[in-house]
Write a protein that binds this ligand. Structure first.
Ligand SMILES: [Zn+2]
Length: 508
């Protein structure tokens, strides 16, 4: 029996969002010991799906015994450092006490900062390496929005990043990590090379259906051959605002780095040639409101989805900015559904009022660039209430257990709002459906999501009718509006005169 420790601290930190305390993790996903194996092997896991994929493949291949330690996961700002220290400290102690280990599987996001360090994942990975010593293979999976430091890569043997955005290949990447681990055990010596470019890509330029990042990923897939164990390309997460930000190409060779250097060199070259295409294109809010008003008036127009980019839940948006709600309500738009708005007190007030009752709802919103103007009040009718949890139906969370606490569907004239007690990425039609909404009758769906909404809603709205909207917020698509402090400068797209030299030029 090969014994494999499983550890994960999964956080994508937005430095402009509030720090995430222990409670923020425990309320989202926090698993210890056998709970981890139970969740990973369940029909509807709560944790990230690469963990489930890893377990599935390891179980298929057989001859392993998981040594599950801690998997904790949240979204938002930097982790409170005390909690980070506790998770790492307990993981290290458990690894030391675990007895002989044949490997460690690390399932982190890769863009974690803490209130004390901007390289949370690096410190975490290094701590795990120190605990198990230099001989035990460590394989890590990462999200392509991870900001990868040298310390992270120097601490592990193998890395596997998702190849898709929206991230529909999480299970497959977990499977790949398990396969690589078995190859390692069979004697394959990984030889990892990497290069980081001075490109801090806005997240709207990192899709993998089309655009510069898609071309990079596709070229990587073409360049795979027997000498290459893995190609991971990470666009990074600008909002983390770290000194290690930058698009990174990581190639792992089998046995030696000859092929890996050539492939990394070619991919980095392609990224650099396309460097000015990593930019933002979004619709101004007034234009989005105009479209929604028109859609509400004219049934002959196709329904639309609007992505409220300034309040992207998955990227640390608080899921309660008021700009979109106010603008839609103020313009008298009809047939609008906002998925989701986080306000526990509004849900409580709706629950007290009861279904069909009308009450004055006071939405308390984010204060980012709002001064004292942080509330929005309107007469609201309670259409439906739900306690949760439920299982995702469509898109990247299909099959997962979704938990957002008690929720309410309110109607404010022509604008309906799904109000949740906890922040929840509205990337599944199920949020509306459990509240009785027939999405085929909705004219404008507003989501506080950047990436994962098309595979959720494209049975109701065509991709060409889905638009990114330039709204203010902590996840603004226009990077020049954000108060970056730690990014390496100069960097694209914020600066001119950015230079870079390909370290693998001689290998191409
Ligand atoms: Zn991501």
């Amino acid at each position: 029996m090969r014994r494999v420790a499983v550890v994960g601290m999964f956080l994508e930190s937005n430095n402009f969002a509030r720090p995430v305390p222990e409670r923020g993790f425990r309320n989202f996903v926090h698993l210890e010991g056998d709970e981890i194996s139970g969740d990973a092997r369940s029909a509807h896991p709560r944790a990230m799906l690469e963990l489930a994929g890893f377990y599935r493949r390891m179980d298929e291949l057989g001859g392993w015994e998981p040594v599950p330690i801690i998997v904790t996961m949240s979204g938002g700002g930097p982790a409170e450092h005390d909690w980070f220290d506790e998770v790492l400290g307990r993981s290290v102690a458990a690894l030391r006490e675990a007895g002989p280990l044949d490997a460690v599987y690390l399932c982190n996001h890769g863009a974690m900062t803490t209130t004390a360090t901007d390289d949370g994942d690096g410190v975490f990975f290094a701590g795990v390496r120190e605990a198990v010593g230099p001989q035990v293979p460590i394989v890590a999976t990462l999200d392509p929005h991870g900001n990868v430091s040298d310390l992270m890569l120097e601490s592990i043997d193998l890395v596997v990043a998702y190849l898709t955005d929206p991230h529909v290949d999480q299970v497959e990447r977990g499977v790949e990590a398990a396969d690589l681990l078995h190859e390692r055990w069979a004697g394959m010596e990984p030889a990892m090379v990497w290069t980081r470019l001075p490109i801090v890509a806005p997240n709207v330029s990192l899709f993998t259906d089309a655009g510069p990042f898609a071309e990079l990923i596709d070229r990587g897939i073409e360049l795979r051959d027997d000498t290459i164990a893995n190609i991971s390309i990470l666009g990074g997460f600008a909002f983390s605002d770290t000194s290690k930000n930058g698009l990174i190409v990581i190639v792992t060779g089998r046995g030696d780095d000859v092929g890996a250097r050539r492939v990394a060199g070619e991919l980095a070259d392609l990224a650099w040639r396309n460097r000015h295409r990593f930019d933002t294109d979004a619709m101004p809010l007034p234009e989005a409101v105009e479209r929604a008003v028109a859609c509400g008036r004219d049934d002959a127009l196709a329904p639309i989805v609007l992505s409220d980019l300034g309040d992207n839940t998955g990227a640390g948006g608080p899921t309660n900015t008021l700009w979109m709600l106010e603008a839609m309500h103020g313009a008298g738009a009809r047939g609008v559904l906002i998925v989701n708005f986080r306000d526990r007190r509004v849900v409580e007030a709706a629950t007290v009022a009861g279904v069909d009752a009308t009450f004055t709802a006071t939405f308390r919103g984010d204060d980012w660039q709002r001064g004292d103007d942080t509330t929005f009040e309107a007469e609201a009718r309670v259409i439906a209430l739900h306690e949760g949890p439920f299982v995702g139906r469509r898109g990247i969370v299909a099959g997962k257990t979704l938990e957002c606490g008690p929720m309410a569907l309110l109607e404010l004239d022509g604008v309906r709002v799904i109000v949740t007690s906890r922040a929840a990425v509205g990337n599944d039609p199920i949020y509306a459906e459990v509240l009785g909404v027939d999405l085929s009758t909705v004219r404008t769906i507003v989501v506080k999501v950047r990436s994962s909404f098309p595979p959720a809603y494209d049975e109701f709205v065509d991709h060409v009718d889905m638009f990114f909207v330039d709204t203010p917020g902590r996840t603004s698509p226009v990077l020049s509006r954000l108060p970056f402090e730690r990014l390496p400068r100069p960097v694209l797209p914020l600066d001119d005169d950015v230079a870079w030299e390909n370290p693998f030029a001689d290998a191409i």
